[in-house]
Write a protein that binds this ligand. Structure first.
Ligand code: GLY
Length: 369
């Protein structure tokens, strides 16, 4: 008999199998679903940072069920993503999210040679953003040459992967230098992490913290906490440096202390209680990181917290109806800017929920390494 996680994972595979045709017919990379339709990215077309999560979902289900329909859909979108190499101007440090989970997953699961080359291409673009003053530049606006963000901890996996693939330590060196800077400059004494730190691009000296997608300067944007939690866990798995594990556990303790009684996750752990603002993507990402931490440390409290988060999502915020293309509801892109979605279904929320379910079922192909 299937347990509740196995049942949810296979039910999700069935739901997304039927959602492939509408996405392919629209010719888009699904970003979110509303009113029975897939909707593409809000900004930058196929170069928007979230484009890898739809193929990543397809690869998760392909790994689970070996249904070629998932493989074909993943490759349809990989062609759109690799087309962005020639557009170039929208690409930023999030090439890690975009290409490791799409082309990298393809290479990992099928051995496809072109997918490996495309993933190495993305890694070279990410390495090109490394400022030897000590950090990887996040975004492209001329005023943001010194900006680094906590999310980048997730993109470092692409660099570690490239060093293993090429037997060339350049990529991993850059990843470790960036992780060390993040450890030093982003982690706060209470175990929370800043979202954006600006450095002097000439000297690498810290200039200031900026408010980001959370409530305000100095608060705790929950998705940023989740990126830090999972990102430092992955850095530990890649670099075997106990300082990264320690950082991941500090962030995890703070995150676990803020899980709501219903298992859902507020958009910012310091947000005012005058208006409900939930971001379930943060909870799904954190569940994935906590599951990895539980395996590394053999500490059952991490698995228990991951289960609390996933149970909350399954109980309150999964829309299994046929009238909704995607699954996870109450995803919020940013506390103040609703242009990318507030309290709606967003595809990368679906991705991390499915990855968390796969981990709980012992079926995760681990696309991050
Ligand atoms: N990496 C950007 C975000 O989490 O919205």
């Amino acid at each position: 008999m299937q347990n509740r996680y196995e049942e949810a994972l296979h039910r999700a595979a069935d739901k997304f199998r039927t959602a492939i045709a509408p996405a392919a017919q629209a010719g888009i990379i699904p970003y979110k679903s509303e009113k029975g339709q897939w909707i593409g990215s809000p900004y930058d077309g196929n170069g928007w940072w979230t484009g890898g999560f739809w193929p990543a979902l397809m690869w998760q289900f392909y790994a689970l069920e070996k249904d070629e329909a998932f493989l074909r859909e993943a490759r349809r979108v990989e062609a759109l993503l690799t087309g962005e190499f020639r557009v170039f101007e929208h690409l930023n440090h999030d090439v890690g999210f975009m290409y490791l989970l799409s082309c990298g997953a393809d290479h990992k699961l099928t051995g496809d040679g072109q997918a490996r080359i495309d993933t190495l291409h993305a890694a070279s673009l990410l390495l090109g953003r490394f400022n030897p003053a000590g950090y990887i530049r996040a975004w492209n606006h001329p005023s943001q040459a010194g900006f680094a963000i906590i999310d980048c901890m997730m993109n470092l996996s692409l660099l570690f992967w490239a060093s293993r693939q090429t037997d060339d330590p350049r990529f991993a060196h850059a990843a470790r230098i960036h992780a060390d800077t993040t450890l030093r400059e982003f982690l706060r004494p209470d175990g929370s992490a800043s979202h954006i730190i600006e450095f002097d691009p000439e000297t690498g000296a810290r200039v200031r913290e900026h408010p980001g997608q959370g409530y305000a300067l100095g608060t705790q944007w929950s998705r940023g906490q989740a990126w830090g939690l999972y990102g430092f866990t992955l850095a530990y798995l890649n670099a075997n440096d106990s300082r990264y594990l320690d950082a991941a556990e500090r962030i995890a303790r703070n995150f676990m202390a803020h899980i709501r009684p219903d298992g859902l996750t507020d958009c910012d752990f310091c947000q005012p209680d005058t208006e409900e603002r939930i971001d379930n993507i943060a909870g799904a990402i954190a569940a994935c990181g906590l599951m990895e931490l539980s395996k590394i440390t053999q500490n059952a409290k991490y698995q228990a917290a991951a289960e609390r988060l996933v149970d909350g999502l399954l109980e309150h915020c999964c829309d299994w109806s046929e009238s909704r293309m995607g699954l996870l509801t109450h995803c919020t892109a940013s506390y103040h800017d609703d242009g990318a979605g507030r309290h709606t279904n967003i595809t990368y929320g679906d991705y991390f929920l499915v990855e968390a379910l796969a981990k709980l079922c012992g079926a995760d192909p681990m696309l991050w390494r």
